[in-house]
Design a protein around this ligand. Structure first.
Ligand code: NCD
Ligand code: ZN
Ligand code: ZN
Length: 429
């Protein structure tokens, strides 16, 4: 069967190393079927699911149950995180045997109320993780600072988003990244700093990299395309941990992504229901919003605007996540996507994001009405169309596989466009 991709660009499918698909636990927010359908529409061929589901992914039995659910429903490939914290040090061997892609450690409290280990426990967690060789993704916020501030603001009756921001000032993130980098240096743990939201986190990240710490970083489109200027427009809806911050953080974060200081663009896809996002009290609003479906379009819009090259984009969306998580399926493979995990995109397509039209069960995000240029038209996972002509291929439910078995192949750090450029083909396939 011939397939015409004339005029389109063929990119490696994006690997989103930070999604919350809520399954098991919160089917009204999302599940593996709706979440991976959203991924397919977003040109995302592999997702890593976070462990703050019900029950949290904290031991071998719970992990096996989540593997079974994902295997039966997923349209795209996936990895599952295992929870790392005080109570899971004993279950680390089960999590490793049960097939995790890596660990998630919550330094600060966020959705799901998973207890944050103190510094002593974090050090022990890092020691245990280091011995496994698996990377630890970090929600890097200092819980002590946040809890004190929040208590005081709540007592004063503060309920709006400025209170949410005031409870989580930039130092909350900067302190946690700095401390995590020191603990990783002392233990040999490999760490990945999730959702970088401040310009100031870049210094400890750069310095730790320069010292040889195995540390990588991730940010999400909302931390450099949105700012506190958007708070009045989408109150509650924009609430997320860490918060979207003042405008002066945008350009440094974007520049760090382009220069490779921040390795990965991901989404922190965090779906919630409309009522859960629009309460008048910031302390009861659920934080986070969907993103897996819109990331590629938002980023291709930056490419079209001349802010980065398409190979910069491929490096942060596919090459780097594959490199740091060990997802090169063949020795010497030039790029992830070599096993036909592919996003075929129309770079010239103007599109308006409409939450109501998205695949995610959460129909509420700060991107509603946002204009983008560049849209995934077809998505293939291991050679099979899972989304074709902007339509889901229903028969691919259950086609997604866990990628934890892929053997890590060494891949060089790429900071410029030369390497990834070779694999990008324009025109007919
Ligand atoms: C995430 C969620 O809803 O699970 N929410 C968020 O605000 N980012 C949790 C998280 O990543 O902190
Ligand atoms: Zn988080
Ligand atoms: Zn998250």
């Amino acid at each position: 069967e011939l397939f015409d991709a004339g005029g389109l660009y063929i990119l490696p499918g994006a690997i989103d190393d930070h999604v919350h698909f809520r399954d098991p636990g919160y089917p009204h927010k999302e599940d593996w079927e709706s979440g991976t359908a959203a991924a397919a529409f977003g040109g995302v061929t592999c997702v890593f699911d976070m462990p703050n589901t019900i029950p949290p992914t904290a031991n071998g039995e719970i992990l096996a149950a989540k593997h079974a659910i994902a295997a039966s429903k997923a349209h795209v490939d996936y990895g599952l995180y295992g929870l790392l914290g005080d109570n899971t040090i004993a279950t680390v061997p089960e999590l490793i045997d049960g097939g995790i892609i890596g660990f998630k450690l919550y330094m600060g409290n966020t959705f799901g109320k998973i207890p944050s280990p103190d510094t002593g426990a974090t050090l022990e967690c890092f020691e245990v993780a280091a011995a496994t060789g698996k990377r630890v993704s970090l929600h890097a916020e200092n819980n002590e600072i946040m809890e004190r501030r929040q208590k005081r603001l709540m007592a004063a009756g503060k309920k709006d988003q400025w209170a949410h921001l005031a409870a989580r000032p930039n130092v909350v993130a900067v302190e946690a990244v700095s401390r995590a980098a020191i603990l990783a240096e002392w233990t040999g743990a490999r760490i990945h700093v999730l959702h970088i939201s401040t310009a100031e986190e870049l210094r400890p990240l750069r310095e730790a990299k320069a010292r040889g710490v195995d540390i990588t970083g991730e940010t999400c489109p909302h931390y450099f395309l949105l700012s506190t200027d958007d708070y009045a427009r989408v109150p509650g809806i924009i609430a997320v941990n860490p918060p979207v911050r003042e405008r002066q953080n945008q350009q440094p974060i974007f520049d760090a992504l382009v220069d490779g200081t921040i390795d990965v663009i991901a989404t922190d896809h965090a779906p919630h229901a409309y009522e859960e996002k629009t309460r008048n009290d910031i302390w009861t609003v659920d934080c986070g919003f969907p993103g897996v479906e819109t990331q590629m379009s938002l980023m291709l819009t930056q490419v079209n605007a001349g802010r980065m090259t398409i190979s910069d984009y491929v490096r942060m969306s596919a090459y780097n996540p594959a490199r740091i998580w060990g997802l090169f399926p063949r020795k010497g493979a030039l790029l992830p996507g070599s096993d036909a995990d592919i996003a075929i995109v129309d770079l010239d397509r103007d599109h308006i994001i409409r939450d109501a039209e998205t695949q995610s069960r959460s129909k509420v995000s700060p991107w509603d009405g946002y204009k983008v240029k560049g849209l995934p038209i077809h998505t293939l996972v291991r050679g099979r169309f899972v989304m074709k002509d902007r339509k889901l291929v229903p028969a691919t439910k259950g086609w997604g596989r866990s990628v934890h078995t892929i053997q890590a192949m060494p891949a060089p750090v790429v900071r410029n466009t030369e390497h990834s450029m070779q694999a990008i083909t324009q025109g007919a396939a």
